[in-house]
Design a protein. Structure first.
Length: 284
């Protein structure tokens, strides 16, 4: 954040000093110049002591190279030339995990990238315990991603991305605590595989769909055959069922002049033949 207050204080002290020493420049310009130089030095010293941190910033203060305290947000003061500060952003930070070439548990090559969300929880640890916490988090997340993906199958990689992200998050979180960082979330973004493998997967999916369709059709044919068998039994033991079915079929043909139905033998004669056969069987 731009420390505009330091600039205002510097120009204010330097300007007031110049107007106060302006009459002295007419009599003793050398002495006035020396005094004004001292005023400018004091202005620089005081302006350097004034620091400003935004709401999301924390200042890690070191005095003569040793950790002193954490200041901010808002206005605070340090001792110039003795104190040194490192500003730390405490907001949730987003970091891309670059594309990694990995091999799954079942020896399938893939290219995977992701995104890491984390924040600085303890600013002094983030500054003191690791040289560059952003770079360290990036490298550690890449290594964890390769380790976790190497222990799962390709099917698990495609279907359980969230679970894999959670496992990577646990691994990174353990080390991040030592650096004063907190991992919010790790997400697997894209999974790329070779074109040959894509074609094989497409053929496998097509064969699987055909298999399911064939099984479904076979089950439907079986069910239809069972229903027809039950219907035939019902018509055989029910008087008049065949005639009713015949009339229903005729009704379904419609009344169009183009439909012509010819019965070679009347239905009544068929019934008489059936009854006669039954009576002869009993008498015999």
């Amino acid at each position: 954040m731009v420390n505009y207050i330091s600039s205002i204080v510097f120009f204010l002290i330097a300007g007031v000093g110049f107007f106060l020493l302006l009459p002295l420049f007419s009599y003793t310009p050398v002495l006035a110049s020396l005094i004004y130089g001292l005023v400018v030095f004091i202005a620089i010293f005081i302006a350097s002591a004034i620091k400003l941190a935004a709401q999301w910033e924390r200042a890690v203060v070191f005095r003569l190279g040793k950790y002193l305290n954490i200041k901010g947000p808002g206005l605070f003061f340090i001792i110039p030339l003795i104190d040194e500060i490192r500003m730390v952003d405490t907001r949730v930070l987003t970091m891309d995990i670059p594309k990694q070439q990995v091999i799954t548990k079942d020896n399938v090559p893939a290219s995977i990238n992701g995104v890491l969300y984390f924040m600085v929880e303890t600013p002094n640890d983030a500054v003191v315990n690791v040289q560059n916490y952003r770079y360290a988090m990036s490298q550690y997340a890449q290594a964890a991603l390769r380790d976790v993906v190497g222990g799962v199958s390709f099917d698990e990689l495609l279907s359980e991305r969230e679970k894999i992200g959670k496992e990577i998050e646990k691994i990174v979180e353990q080390e991040a605590k030592n650096w004063g960082l907190k991992v919010s979330q790790i997400r697997i973004m894209d999974v790329e595989i070779p074109e040959e493998l894509k074609k094989m997967m497409s053929r496998q999916a097509s064969a699987e769909r055909e298999k399911r369709a064939t099984i479904t059709k076979a089950e439907g044919d079986k069910l239809a055959a069972l229903n027809l068998s039950e219907a035939a039994k019902t018509m055989a033991i029910s008087p008049g069922a065949m005639q009713l079915r015949t009339l229903q079929t005729l009704d379904g043909l419609g009344s169009s002049p183009s439909n012509t139905v010819i019965f070679g033998i009347p239905v009544e004669i068929l019934e008489l033949v059936k009854r006669y056969s039954g009576e002869n069987g009993k008498s015999g």
